[in-house]
Design a protein around this ligand. Structure first.
Ligand SMILES: Nc1ncnc2c1ncn2[C@@H]1O[C@H](COP(=O)(O)OP(=O)(O)OP(=O)(O)O)[C@@H](O)[C@H]1O
Length: 349
């Protein structure tokens, strides 16, 4: 049994279906990242779990207990919002202890738990500071301590790193993961940033139009996207359209060649994903899993260059050219390309 079990969850706002029969399971101690485009239902899902909205249908169980009819404050979970507003007139320590005081926790216990929560986020020295004298990153940690002080089994984080600049974001992300492991709580983090999700989470879950389209370990979802949407969303794979041929391949006129996966493609396959970094330049052309094209554009990205190559049949391919392979081909030059069958991933939808 998972810690959190969601079955058939549905919610609409007027005519807008925000969630459509969603099933999701989160294990104890798991770090799950929820990904999806704008309006895909990520925040709605968190708000339903937290109890700020009521579902139209479906159930939410936490630790075997049905949460559906339980008010938000009674749920053994906590939510940290994107705009982690602290009370400006309360010190760091009092901000963190606010919820405990409201619940009537005795002073000595409250102080011990506030100290513990501040220590977890490395802020014990600053308990007496007022919020306006904190940096953005420090405020974010206080908000985390405030969410952790009640020792929730489950912490919901809505874009927790959204307000931080790139450097701090990476460091705080690592800290967040370390904290999750130390507390043993399950975390569900909503993020727009697919790199962040891949880097931090034990499992990623991708929502599209209020449906869960794929969930799995980051590497598995990245390498074997199930649908066109996931392929394009995570790491921007090439999505190549075609028609099945008699030999179990996919004939792609836009590529001017045929795609072959290690096994025959499932009946009805009309598209495959091919990652830019799996395409090798300078390969002999002719036969399946090869193509030629003209470099239309080039962008230097540090470790690699991204080439936009117009294949003979008209499709524009994204191709990654590693720095260690020398200077990339010039714009306007003709290139030949090839890839292994294992790089070809049939898509289900
Ligand atoms: N209170 C509300 N009233 C009306 N419609 C809403 C409400 N909350 C959400 N929606 C709609 O439900 C859908 C899902 O919204 P939700 O905020 O869950 O998406 P999201 O994936 O979190 O998006 P974003 O990444 O932009 O925050 C959207 O079409 C949104 O406009």
């Amino acid at each position: 049994m998972g810690l959190l079990e969601i079955a058939g969850l549905a919610k609409r706002f007027g005519a807008v279906p925000a969630l459509v029969g969603l099933d999701l399971r989160v294990e104890a101690g798991e770090f799950l990242a929820l990904l999806g485009g704008s309006g895909s239902g990520k925040s709605t899902l968190l708000r339903l779990i937290a109890g700020f909205e009521a579902p139209d249908a479906g159930s939410i169980r936490l630790g075997g207990q049905d949460l559906t009819a339980m008010p938000p404050h009674a749920r053994p979970l906590n939510m940290m919002f994107q705009s982690y507003a602290l009370f400006p007139h309360l010190s760091v320590g009092n901000n963190v202890g606010y919820g405990l005081r409201r619940e009537g926790t005795p002073r000595a216990e409250r102080e011990a738990r506030v100290a513990e929560a501040l220590a977890m986020v490395g802020m014990q020295e600053l308990a007496g500071r007022m919020p306006h004298r904190l940096s953005g990153g420090q405020r974010q940690r206080v908000a985390l301590a405030r969410a952790l002080v009640k020792r929730p089994k489950l912490l919901l984080l809505d874009e927790p790193l959204g307000a931080l600049d790139a450097n701090l974001r990476e460091r705080t992300g690592f800290e967040l993961r370390a904290l999750q492991r130390r507390t043993g709580a399950s975390f569900i983090m909503v993020t727009h940033d697919q790199q962040e999700a891949l880097a931090l989470a034990d499992r990623v879950a991708v929502l599209e139009h209020g449906r869960l389209v794929q969930a799995g370990p980051p590497r598995a979802v990245y390498e074997r996207p199930a649908t066109r949407f996931v392929a394009g969303f995570l790491g921007a794979a090439n999505v190549l359209e075609g028609a099945p041929d008699a030999a179990g391949g996919l004939d792609c006129p836009g590529l001017g060649s045929t795609l072959r996966a290690p096994a025959s493609m499932p009946a009805g396959t009309t598209a495959c994903a091919l990652r830019p970094e799996r395409i090798a330049l300078g390969q002999p052309v002719g036969g399946a899993n090869t193509a030629s094209g003209v470099v239309e554009d080039l962008a230097f990205r540090g470790d690699d260059s991204l080439l936009l190559v117009r294949a003979a049949g008209g499709t524009l391919l994204r191709v990654s050219h590693a720095e260690e392979d020398g200077p990339p081909p010039a714009i306007g030059s003709t290139v030949t390309m090839g890839w292994e069958a294992a790089a070809v991933v049939p898509l289900a939808g």
